[in-house]
Write a protein that binds this ligand. Structure first.
Ligand code: ZN
Ligand code: ZN
Length: 453
């Protein structure tokens, strides 16, 4: 059965194909700029239908919560409808149609199209078009819910007011060729009405007689939760959490966002690797939408689950870890190199050591005046080394000092012995500097170098 269904899913069912320029449905160029907002212009820009819906949902839900008892059956059915609608949005609208992150059989596509229509968030075509602009123009004025406009705008404001700048161009030719997307777009309003309101309400009314609970909880409260869960992907997913893979833009990873959005909370990962069918790449992270897609794949309803190469995912993660470590490194005091120190001869070193305690170790001359009384091995051992090359004694001849002692020693450098550095071994580099993080720079075309330690 599974194999039979899988064989009916074309490999490229969602893949974009090159075709003629006449199929483009939007203008790729920016044609307008944000206009200053005045009160009369604001009123003319309000999307009154959306505003009415987004006000009615919480108000009617609140009235229902205060006046209507919720039976166990109605409560469970409300949760079931919520999950169904969210799956339609996350696995369908988002990962399947916006990002083509896997291929779905026709039965699965119709299921997701109906479940998504029941969420009453616009048609697949409208939703995916805006979402592709969001990815392509993240954090700019061409992003329909650009995070630079603030949390309220990204959460709900963008839907309540007509945009002063048209969302940036997004290629939706693949969606125009998809029969399920076109069918749902054509019949969107009756489908949304039946799947989003009439069917859930009638089910709780006819099957267990709870018309009132069905109206307030299954319809209004459920839709309120579905809307705001989805809105969180645009709002708090761009505010709360870690920039695990890249910090060029605002998307962030956070468990709380994942919890609120059926697994869409690892948004930093998602913006870096949008065609990956996963949001949570680690096994312990919460991503029920990924589990749903994997289950569909196991049953034969989904194929070609796309994953970004693991090596590049780990590269992104490592580069951000190094960036964080580099800021720690930049706030530490590092020893002077031979280029920053006076280079003196053996004779000068000997003469200077007669008036102050200087010790030569690994080609560097150290002034140990302030350390004589702090030396754990006692002052006498140090004084016997004054004016000598104590390299062998420091590195095991008398006592094999710890890495911490070696790091501390480098802070006492006052000079470099002329010719001394050529004679020394790897001990000239303290342990703390052996994995030093350096900036890569391009000095000449094609020549990638690292700024020196
Ligand atoms: Zn985003
Ligand atoms: Zn996305």
């Amino acid at each position: 059965m599974a194999k039979l269904l899988a064989s009916k899913i074309p490999a490229n069912v969602n893949a974009a194909r090159p075709s003629g320029r006449q199929e483009l449905d939007v203008h790729p160029q920016v044609t307008s700029r944000p206009q200053p907002l005045t009160w009369p212009s604001f009123l003319s820009q309000v999307r009154w239908f959306n505003l009415t819906v987004e006000l009615l949902l919480p108000l009617v839900s609140l009235y229902g919560l205060c006046t209507t008892r919720c039976s166990v059956k109605t409560a469970l059915f409300t949760v079931a409808c919520y999950i169904l609608n969210m799956i339609g949005i996350t696995a369908g609208y988002h990962r399947l149609w916006s990002h083509r992150s896997y291929n779905a059989s026709l039965p699965l596509q119709y299921f997701l199209a109906l479940a998504g229509a029941g969420a009453i968030q616009g048609s697949i075509r409208w939703w995916a078009r805006g979402h592709r602009s969001h990815h392509r123009y993240t954090d700019t004025d061409l992003d329909p819910y650009g995070a630079h406009h603030g949390l309220f705008w990204t959460h709900i404001g963008w839907m309540l007011v007509k945009p002063s700048v048209k969302p940036g161009y997004a290629d939706v030719r693949d969606l125009n060729r998809n029969e399920v997307v076109q069918w749902q777009h054509r019949w969107y309003f009756p489908l949304a009405l039946v799947a989003g309101l009439i069917l859930p309400w009638a089910t709780s009314g006819y099957l267990w007689g709870d018309w009132r609970g069905g109206f307030y909880y299954v319809c209004f409260l459920r839709l309120f939760c579905v809307h705001h869960s989805t809105f969180c992907v645009n709002s708090i997913a761009h505010y709360l959490g870690e920039t695990t893979y890249d910090d060029k833009h605002t998307p962030r990873d956070h468990f709380l966002t994942a919890l609120l959005t059926l697994g869409e909370g690892y948004h930093n990962f998602h913006h870096q690797f949008p065609m990956d069918y996963r949001n949570a790449v680690k096994w312990y992270q919460y991503d029920p939408t990924k589990w749903f897609i994997v289950t569909c794949s196991f049953l034969g309803f989904a194929t070609h689950l796309r994953v970004f190469p693991d090596n590049e995912i780990r590269m992104g993660e490592l580069s951000m870890s190094l960036k964080r470590l580099k800021s720690v490194q930049d706030n530490l005091t590092w020893p002077k190199s031979s280029a920053d120190l006076p280079v003196i001869s053996w004779e000068t070193f000997q003469n200077e050591a007669s008036s102050r305690p200087l010790v030569l170790i690994s080609g560097f001359i150290h002034d140990i005046s302030d350390f004589l009384d702090q030396h754990p091995g006692g002052r006498d051992i140090l004084q016997r080394s004054v004016g000598t090359d104590a390299t062998a004694a420091f590195f095991g001849g008398i006592y094999d000092h710890s890495h911490a002692a070696h790091n501390l020693l480098t802070t006492l450098r006052v000079g470099a012995l002329h010719g001394g550095l050529e004679q020394v071994d790897e001990h000239a580099l303290p342990p703390a500097q052996k994995l030093f993080i350096a900036d890569a720079t391009l000095q000449a075309p094609g020549a990638l170098t690292h700024e020196c330690l």
